[in-house]
Design a binder for this molecule. Structure first.
Ligand SMILES: Nc1nc2c(ncn2[C@@H]2O[C@H](COP(=O)(O)OP(=O)(O)OP(=O)(O)O)[C@@H](O)[C@H]2O)c(=O)[nH]1
Ligand SMILES: [Mg+2]
Length: 402
């Protein structure tokens, strides 16, 4: 598979971290076989995360992210450190680069975070042409990581190969064989109806990513796939000789679709399929039940992974807040964040409603779920919250909890 054929969010994200001048950008350029990042003797050369997508067999397509030094100082430096920390939230495998002096608190703290989240770490002890690390240095680092590579980015011609091998040994199987979106729901050659409303929010001339991903998976499985707007759903059901194996709808048309599709036909949404693929379905389902406990003045955070210009009837800014207000009858306060932004003071929220996350990777959403769990904040998903407010959540979840 070519790198460009895999959606970015499904690619293994490899973050490269370390103190300033450790050789992070040199290692990045060696892995990517090109001048992806600027290398210089001046500490603090890399000031913003630099991303490069590439093909790394047999893992497939990966995103290499070079970062700014984790030991940067001053007000601007601190901002850079924050950015590097954000990259760590979406890192599936970490490479921590240091010189022969080894690690200090910066690397140990970072490694602690990765260890806690089961994220594999490869330690690259660089600049061995200047200083070979002591055995005690290597031993201390080894305790915290999956592999240690002692090397020199200047002289080691086999470094890219060594890193690749170390990655293959430690990355989760799921990245080498990504799970199917429709696992357990659809089998080869089944008939499936996809409902994709063409409303104001639908991008001109295109389908949105979850729809495209699901459609592609159905075609890969030789399924008979009927794609309609909600207006033709009833006619499509009548036109089929046998009922479809399931109906998958855009969450925004849930109500209408649930009224048309007979109870005997499994029904769910693109967003809920992605909630399972990218997050943790059970946590999101439990989170939705918190909706009933909301009180006047409660704050709700709406998280969207992509950045788009809010439109008149925006799902995160208008539709979901309206549904929640209607369902609870309470005066709720909504805040919205998008892209890689995620507040640190999440304890002030009663509920977090996250989008399906088609534009981000699973690691980032799991990391947000973890943070919410640590602070006892309930978290749910767009599709699940919508179905809950409409009173059809049980039905939409049934295909997953058979
Ligand atoms: N001698 C020697 N120098 C190296 C090695 N690796 C990198 N360097 C040099 O160390 C300096 C810093 O390298 P970079 O790759 O820019 O380091 P960095 O960690 O990206 O640095 P910042 O972006 O400033 O945080 C450059 O002058 C490199 O040429 C090595 O293995 N041996
Ligand atoms: Mg750099």
């Amino acid at each position: 598979m070519k790198a460009n054929n895999t959606p970015k969010s499904m690619r293994l994200h490899i973050g490269i971290f370390g103190k300033r001048n450790a050789g992070k950008s040199s290692v990045t350029n060696i892995i990517t076989h090109q001048d992806t990042s600027i290398v210089s003797a001046k500490a603090g050369t890399t000031t913003d995360a630099v991303e490069k997508t590439m093909e790394m067999l047999p893992i497939g397509s990966v995103v290499i992210i070079d970062t700014a030094g984790i030991d940067d100082t001053g007000s601007l430096g601190k901002e850079r450190v924050k950015k590097s920390q954000k990259v760590s939230d979406r890192t599936d495998a970490a490479i921590i680069v240091c010189d022969g002096e080894g690690w200090n608190k910066y690397e140990f703290e970072l490694a602690e975070k990765f260890n806690k989240n089961n994220i594999p770490i490869i330690a690259v002890i660089n600049k061995s042409d200047i200083k070979q690390p002591d055995k005690t240095v290597i031993d201390k680092i080894s305790e915290k990581v999956n592999s240690v590579i002692v090397t020199s980015a200047k002289t080691d011609k086999k470094l890219a190969e060594k890193i690749r091998e170390a990655l293959i040994r430690c990355v989760p199987d799921s990245f080498i064989n990504p799970p199917a979106i429709l696992e357990g729901i659809v089998k080869k050659e089944d008939t499936v109806i996809l409902v994709t409303p063409i409303d104001k929010e639908a991008p001109k001339g295109r389908l949105i990513l979850p729809q495209v991903n699901v459609l592609r998976e159905l075609l890969d499985n030789n399924c008979i796939t009927v794609v309609v707007t909600e207006k033709q759903l009833s006619n499509s059901l009548k036109a089929l000789k046998k009922p479809p194996k399931c109906v998958i709808t855009d969450s925004q048309a849930f109500k209408e679709v649930s009224e048309i599709v007979p109870e005997s036909i499994p029904l769910t949404s693109f967003s809920i399929l992605f909630a399972r693929l990218k997050g943790d379905l059970k946590t999101f389902y439990d989170g939705a039940k918190q909706i009933d406990n909301l009180k006047d003045g409660d704050k709700i955070l709406i998280c969207e992974s992509c950045t788009h210009h809010p439109i008149e009837d925006d799902i995160g800014r208008v539709k979901i807040p309206n549904l929640l207000k209607k369902k609870t009858g309470k005066k709720l306060v909504f805040e919205n964040v998008s892209s890689h932004e995620f507040p640190t003071d999440i304890e002030k929220y009663k509920l977090i409603v996250h989008c399906g996350g088609c534009m981000t990777n699973r690691r980032e959403i799991l990391s947000r779920i973890n943070k919410s769990r640590e602070k006892n904040v309930s978290v749910t998903n767009y599709g699940i919250a919508i179905s809950y407010c409409l009173g059809i959540c049980e039905r939409a979840m049934k295909p997953f909890f058979k």
